[in-house]
Design a protein around this ligand. Structure first.
Ligand SMILES: [Zn+2]
Length: 79
């Protein structure tokens, strides 16, 4: 399997996990919420997400790691 790993990340991505088919699960802050410490892990393949109210916790990273290890949704083509 060949995959492209971006060498530059969007500025809001704090952590990035690569899925087995080349999508990413990104951990990002949620600036639009009234809760300043809220972060999310978002799969760029299937768009599943997990939200957290206490920063980048173990639970958030664990969800991102586990999801990236099992998700087979392909990322949407960019061109
Ligand atoms: Zn997914």
């Amino acid at each position: 399997m060949t995959s492209q790993i971006a060498t530059t990340w969007p500025t809001d991505v704090l952590l990035r996990f690569l899925t087995i088919v080349g999508a990413t699960v990104d951990v990002v802050p949620q600036p639009t919420t009234a809760l300043p410490d809220r972060h999310a892990a978002i799969c760029r393949g299937c768009e599943a997400s997990y939200f957290n109210h206490v920063g980048v916790s173990y639970d958030l990273k664990d969800w991102a790691q586990t999801h990236s290890g099992t998700c087979r949704a392909l990322p949407r083509p960019t061109a």
